[in-house]
Design a protein around this ligand. Structure first.
Ligand code: SF4
Length: 309
């Protein structure tokens, strides 16, 4: 069994099912969550079941860029009060009204424009599942947002890589300080796709899987590089990557019809694992692997983590 599978199992056993993506109409409240967030639906992978719920997830994925879900929830509630949680309503609502409603989520000028463009795109789909390339061609939709939409709104098996994923797995020592080349969004995503690529059946099967492939990335022997140097190196690399991702998004945004080369291979068969795994990563990042002063002593990964902090 590879590291990523073991980590998944450990986190799942510790935190339990997370019930992502939250939907306003769901009353379920995940007891492991911090804050007053609602709308979770643990072990119910059928949701979303309607186009309106799918659209709610899509705009949530856009609104959550650079802000917390608590703030997004407020913005979604405002839109709901205005009866503007449909693509048609977002498309036709006045820009000022839209900006006012989504203010809690921050960057409201940009996000209002993004939502309007996305609403038109959603309408043009006519109920079809978008491709990743189509999503990336919409202004304001980068790889993380596109993958969140594909995974949570359309049940497509794309692993979502976010800042939490990078932070946890770099500290864990799975791919970072001793890794020769900078690891891009897609390289990291492929790591998850390949390691979980033989996943089949339901979540229980995944928890018992023992025949998954192990994807090795090239590493240097970490023991020859002093830990302090590794940390400095990794901090600089993180900055460089985030800048590179930002630059790529900016280029993509300025070329609305740019098609991204799809480098995926061996796609996994079960989106449920990806759904749960990403949510578990977020939970761990909020509870233990925080940006400052991580709580390693109570972390479920404490024993195996290299703690490259
Ligand atoms: S043991 Fe510490 S560094 Fe490692 S994942 Fe847990 S909180 Fe993060």
């Amino acid at each position: 069994m590879n590291d990523l599978t073991k980590i998944y199992q450990t986190l799942f056993k510790y935190f339990g099912p997370q019930g992502w993506w939250p939907l306003l109409d769901c009353e379920g409240k995940n007891p492991t969550k911090t804050g007053a967030m609602q709308g979770y639906h643990p072990s119910n992978f059928k949701l979303p079941t309607s186009n309106l719920q799918r659209f709610e997830i899509c705009i949530g994925a856009i609104l959550t860029q650079n802000t917390s879900w608590v703030q997004v929830e407020k913005a979604l509630q405002n839109l709901k009060k205005l009866n503007a949680l449909s693509p048609e309503a977002i498309s036709t609502i006045s820009e000022n009204k839209l900006k006012e409603a989504i203010k809690p989520a921050g960057y409201f000028n940009q996000k209002a424009k993004k939502l309007k463009l996305f609403a038109d795109f959603f309408i043009s789909l006519k109920g079809k599942v978008p491709t990743r390339e189509q999503l990336l061609s919409v202004w304001g939709v980068g790889p993380e947002t596109a993958d969140s939409i594909l995974l949570y709104a359309f049940h497509q098996p794309y692993f979502v890589i976010d800042a939490y994923t990078k932070r946890i797995f770099s500290r864990y020592g799975l791919f970072t300080a001793d890794h020769i080349l900078p690891i891009s969004y897609h390289e990291l995503q492929n790591l998850f796709h390949n390691d979980l690529s033989r996943t089949t059946g339901d979540r229980t099967a995944v928890l018992n899987t023992s025949d998954m492939t192990t994807h090795k990335i090239i590493r240097k022997d970490s023991t020859v590089v002093p830990k302090k140097i590794q940390r400095v190196f990794w901090a600089r690399k993180c900055f460089a990557f985030s800048w590179l991702d930002h630059a790529r998004n900016a280029v993509r945004s300025s070329k609305p019809i740019m098609i991204q080369h799809d480098r995926h291979f061996d796609m996994p068969k079960d989106y449920k694992v990806f759904n749960e795994y990403h949510a578990l990563i977020v939970e761990l990042a909020k509870r233990n692997c925080t940006k400052q002063k991580p709580k390693c002593e109570s972390c479920p990964l404490n024993e195996s983590c290299k703690k490259l902090i």
